[in-house]
Design a protein around this ligand. Structure first.
Ligand code: ARG
Length: 566
């Protein structure tokens, strides 16, 4: 693809020997609208060099540069030197690139031979997979696809919360009130009931808490009964989680969660001891982080059991040894900011230079209108319910609007689930929001179904046309306002994918494909496609096909399907 900005740099550089190319690059501005050109160079800085008024310099440069095939016009507006891209050259360059690369348009190999771990989802076993988990799950999945697309060797890790004192509580509750058959019929809600009951009873009867600690201790020390119960709860929970992952098309490369690191605890604690970073505090082991303005980090409790943080230290070290990662990304809510700051600092204190490559990607909170979500109080919205409801609603809409659609169940899933995922990735991840059913189930406006519908519409025009679309078209027929706006957005797509990667922010892609869909629909309204003029038809069809390709890739990168028909 032609890099027009580079062309500007070259043209100016040939005529202004006093500045090097990087200095020229820094001078380039993008005017607020295209009527003023695609690129501009303000000549104020050149005034000092040439000891002339900036507008005279601009005028002289216009004359020196002369005509150039990449620009239809180069002119000066006072002290500004303005470059207007040759639209025909632009359109040809972009459309040829999109069509030849097809579903690899925007893909790169910048990540070649680099392992990037994207850790996401990581729900706690035996607890509901609720709407609060949707963010880590879909943001992480999208980042995984983005890194993969850019040529990194991306690894999806689910750091399951399958260890910790809550298992002591569950075992106690199960032994007192549980029934295997009932739980197997409906695992998570039934386990949740037990968990809630435990907390209610423990308020009256605090020794239950001691019993729970005892059982967790047994679990950590390989007691048969404890292990069997734990394994069973893990299995039934995972089965439930997998249903949701299947709905979202998510696969993990590793499910090494907290329990995986349980046997690596003694080694980690020893190592920290040797590094001299552990301090005794009331029979427990901590890392004093006062110097770094952080509260102390508890590493080992006085009863000898280790903690969430200890397991994360072991996990980071294990990942470095196993994958030699380039980046180790944690997609975890901003409530855990301190946890990850402590983790990084501790890894640094242990002498691991790679602590720098451990990156916490936080996101804001989802709350329920009536108050915060609380697993203990049973106030949760299950993620699966949200997805299922979205699919049901889509089925109703298809039933009334397009009852003869082939494959309608499958398409209803793609649309309903796509709507929820798209919505989730529409805003920058750091924003908090209040969950509402209305919002989750809105299909109008700048939504997933809107973009999917645009993609399907493009597809339908292409199949109606019934001719082979190729690159042998008259590109000058695609220089009108609506066409060129669309082409510019397609042109920018590869930069957008890179920006989304650099900021770990999928919403950059979401917003861009909304822009593309809107520009496409404007083009589609203003420029009839299946016209009698064969040359015009061929040219417009090529643009339609290009837009379809980019929309589909964009949706793919945020984890949303693009049905061909809807
Ligand atoms: N299981 C934890 C939770 O639900 C999230 C785990 C995040 N990942 C990590 N490596 N600490 O809050």
């Amino acid at each position: 693809m032609i890099d027009f900005k580079q062309k500007v740099i070259e043209l100016v550089s040939e005529n202004v020997k006093e500045l090097d190319k990087n200095e020229i690059k820094d001078l380039i501005e993008v005017p607020p609208n295209y009527d003023m050109g695609d690129y501009a160079i303000p000549c104020f800085r050149l005034a000092k060099i040439f000891r002339k008024a900036p507008n005279m310099i601009a005028e002289e440069l216009v004359n020196k540069i002369g005509d150039n095939k990449y620009f239809q016009k180069i002119e000066n507006e006072g002290p500004y030197l303005n470059f207007f891209i040759n639209r025909i050259v632009l359109v040809e360059s972009v459309l040829k690139e999109v069509n030849s690369k097809d579903n690899k348009y925007g893909a790169t190999n910048v990540g070649k031979d680099r392992n990037v771990i994207v850790e996401f989802s990581s729900p706690n076993i035996a607890k509901p997979f609720h709407i609060g988990h949707i963010r880590t799950t879909v943001i992480g999945h999208s980042l995984y696809r983005i890194y993969d697309y850019l040529g990194f060797n991306a690894l999806a890790i689910n750091h399951l919360g399958d260890y910790g004192t809550q298992f002591g509580k569950l075992i106690v509750a199960f032994k007192k009130w549980g029934d295997r058959k009932v739980i197997e019929g409906n695992p998570i809600p039934e386990l949740l009931k037990l968990y809630i009951k435990f907390h209610e009873e423990a308020e009256e009867n605090p020794e239950l808490e001691d019993k729970a600690r005892e059982w967790f201790y047994k679990l950590e020390n390989n007691n048969e009964e404890a292990k069997e119960l734990w394994q069973w709860m893990r299995d039934v929970s995972l089965k439930e989680f997998n249903r949701v992952y299947d709905m979202l098309n998510i696969k993990f490369d590793s499910l090494a969660g907290e329990s995986f690191y349980s046997d690596k605890m003694p080694e980690i604690v020893d190592l920290m001891e040797k590094e001299g970073i552990l301090t005794d505090s009331q029979d427990a082991k901590i890392v004093d982080l006062e110097k770094y303005d952080m509260p102390p980090a508890l590493i080992k409790k006085k009863d000898g059991s280790t903690l969430y943080l200890t397991r994360d230290i072991a996990a980071a070290k294990y990942r470095k040894e196993t994958y030699d990662f380039y980046k180790n990304i944690y997609v975890v809510g901003s409530q855990q900011n301190l946890h990850f700051k402590q983790l990084k600092k501790i890894l640094d204190l242990m002498g691991y230079g790679w602590s720098e490559d451990c990156i916490h990607v936080p996101f804001g909170m989802v709350s329920l209108g009536e108050g915060t979500m609380s697993t203990r109080k049973g106030r949760v919205v299950f993620l699966e319910d949200v997805l299922t409801k979205a699919v049901e609603k889509t089925k109703e809409i298809i039933g009334s609007k397009n009852p003869n659609l082939e494959n309608k169940d499958k398409i209803a899933e793609q649309i309903g689930i796509g709507a929820v995922v798209f919505q989730e990735l529409s805003n920058s991840r750091i924003k908090d929001y209040v969950f509402s059913w209305d919002r989750a189930l809105t299909f109008e406006g700048e939504t997933g179904p809107y973009v999917q519908y645009t993609h399907a519409r493009a597809n339908s025009v292409l199949s109606k046309a019934g001719i082979e679309v190729d690159e042998n078209v008259d590109y000058s027929l695609l220089t009108n306002e609506e066409a060129i706006n669309l082409v510019r957005l397609l042109d920018n797509f590869p930069n957008i994918v890179i920006a989304a990667m650099e900021k770990n922010e999928p919403s950059i892609i979401t917003r861009h494909i909304v822009d593309i869909a809107q520009a496409f629909n404007k083009f589609y309204h203003e420029c009839p496609i299946l016209v009698d003029d064969n040359e015009l038809k061929k040219a417009r069809l090529l643009l339609v096909k290009s837009a379809k390709i980019v929309l589909k890739t964009g949706l793919y990168l945020i984890g949303v399907e693009a049905p061909e028909k809807m």
